[in-house]
Design a protein around this ligand. Structure first.
Ligand code: NAP
Length: 239
């Protein structure tokens, strides 16, 4: 085997910016081949340039709207043909929607948060489970939020979608844990210096927050074969 096929392969959603982009770069630094997903094609191309500049070879770029479930269904076949397996899934894409009273949340806000934060991840599990099963140690990590456990006023669209994600991942983990080498876990980065955080807390000084680059290594650690937790809900701890 040579090139990408000789490396461990990870699919990263939300790879165009924020935490997902930092995870993709950290994976490349650690010699993984990255399959990068987001809608912003130019940002994915910039990620590819930055991975090449690290000496990490090329990335596989898949511009895709995670609200389009049929596109997610079509991911697995070409990945299987090219790599025969998937070693890691870092599900970093997320949508805040809008902070709004529950009684005023529009169908569009609910559709976006539930589709991106919850349903797309179920569709990814459905499509990618067979590929992760082909790995000697398939690992999946899904980015959740403290809001999933502690919903607050005006946060219901996002909080409900992340609570549904938690239930999904913990159920899936319980199914795979004893009968496969696969592991699935949840990771809460906590407040991190990204555009999503700035939208949620416009008055906050972003310089007080950890950067995506500080958070990313903890997520990459959860994709390693040596990481054997399953069904865990992990909170980022700043060092
Ligand atoms: P971000 O900077 O807003 O990035 C979000 C990413 O998700 C982007 O790459 C975006 O790519 C992608 N995305 C959004 N909608 C998409 C869609 N319909 N189709 C495909 N990709 C889509 O967010 P972040 O702060 O890095 O957050 C990363 C994860 O951590 C999220 O799951 C978030 O809920 C969670 N989290 C963040 C914080 C925080 O303080 N930042 C705290 C707790 C949890 P495109 O726009 O290019 O499609």
């Amino acid at each position: 085997m040579s090139g990408a096929a000789a490396k461990r392969i990870a699919l990263v959603t939300g790879a165009s910016r924020g935490i997902g982009r930092a995870v993709a770069l950290e994976l490349a630094r650690q010699n993984w081949h990255v399959v990068a997903i987001a809608r912003a094609q130019k940002a994915l191309e910039k990620l590819d340039d930055d991975i090449r500049a690290l000496g990490g070879g090329e990335a596989t770029l898949i511009p895709l709207d995670l609200k389009d479930g049929a596109s997610i269904d079509q991911l697995a076949a070409p990945l299987f043909e090219r790599f025969g397996k998937l070693d890691g899934l870092a599900a970093c894409a997320g949508a805040l929607g809008s902070l709004t009273p529950a009684h005023q949340a529009t169908p569009a806000i609910m559709d976006e948060t539930i589709l991106v934060n919850y349903l797309a991840n179920q569709r990814l599990i459905r499509a990618l489970h067979p590929l992760l099963r082909e790995s000697d140690a398939g690992r999946a990590v899904f980015l959740t939020s403290g809001a999933s456990k502690n919903p607050r006023a005006y946060w219901s669209p996002y909080a409900a979608s992340k609570a549904a994600l938690d239930a999904l991942v913990i159920s899936w983990a319980a199914e795979i844990g004893n009968v496969t080498p696969m592991r699935a876990n949840l990771f809460n980065p906590g407040g991190t210096r990204t555009s999503m955080r700035a939208k949620a807390f416009p008055g906050e000084d972003p310089m007080t927050l950890p950067t995506p680059e500080e958070v990313a290594p903890s997520i990459v650690a959860m994709l390693q074969p040596s990481y054997t937790e399953n069904g865990a809900w992990i909170q980022f701890e700043r060092r």
